[in-house]
Design a protein around this ligand. Structure first.
Ligand SMILES: [Ca+2]
Ligand SMILES: [Ca+2]
Length: 208
């Protein structure tokens, strides 16, 4: 009996570890920097922070984000007119594997200066937009809360994709808006929630 319980505990820990390892290194910026990512700042800026505050048109703080996953997340400020400020990395996805995350727009401009933040994924042939928000969608000097995006590979073989976070300063190069990006929270916790009741049920069954 003890041996069975021990084996189940080891199996559950391996299962949790395999869920946790779904995240590639520094996927959620918990190293406090952009290690493992490639920066294209293009006269904007790229930073890793623990909170970000939106300012209204009068310069007053009206909304603050904290990290949905861990304590750190990335902020990209728009730079050159109509050019993206980008943070990207290669993701190797097995058939049916899913990459996901959370993104938000902190819009500090007004129409027609339609500043935009996006999440895209590319297989170097086709680019898909997984999430996009702009001033026209959220309103002048407005913002979104964290919003979930995901991508599941439909390929029949393991394949490399380029994941890119970006923020655009549209129509001019002043009053930048900000794209906020992080991993999705809770994947290891989700694994624990699923595994622990199964172990409990198996133990109860064996001890009858
Ligand atoms: Ca994070
Ligand atoms: Ca702008």
């Amino acid at each position: 009996m003890r041996r069975v319980v021990f084996a189940l505990v080891v199996l559950s820990l391996l299962s949790v570890c395999s869920y946790a390892s779904v995240y590639p290194p520094n996927y959620g910026f918990e190293m406090g920097d952009t290690s493992y990512w490639t920066e294209n700042p293009d006269n904007g800026s790229i930073g890793v922070v623990t909170s970000w505050t939106h300012l209204d048109s009068g310069g007053s703080a009206d909304f603050t984000w904290t990290a949905p996953e861990g304590v750190e997340f990335a902020v990209l400020a728009g730079g050159s007119e109509d050019q993206p400020v980008q943070l990207s990395r290669i993701l190797t996805l097995a058939p049916g594997a899913t990459a996901d995350g959370l993104a938000a727009l902190s819009g500090e401009d007004y129409m027609p200066f339609n500043d935009t933040a996006r999440v895209t994924i590319s297989d170097l042939v086709t680019q898909q937009v997984l999430w996009s928000k702009d001033i026209s969608a959220v309103g002048d000097w407005s913002y979104t809360p964290w919003q979930y995006w995901s991508f599941t590979s439909q390929e029949s073989v393991t394949k490399n994709f380029m994941l890119t976070y970006e923020t655009w300063n549209v129509g001019d190069s002043i009053l930048p808006s900000y794209g906020l990006f992080d991993a999705a929270p809770g994947l290891p916790a989700f694994a624990l929630v699923g595994v622990v009741p199964v172990i409990g049920a198996l133990i109860r069954r064996r001890t009858r």
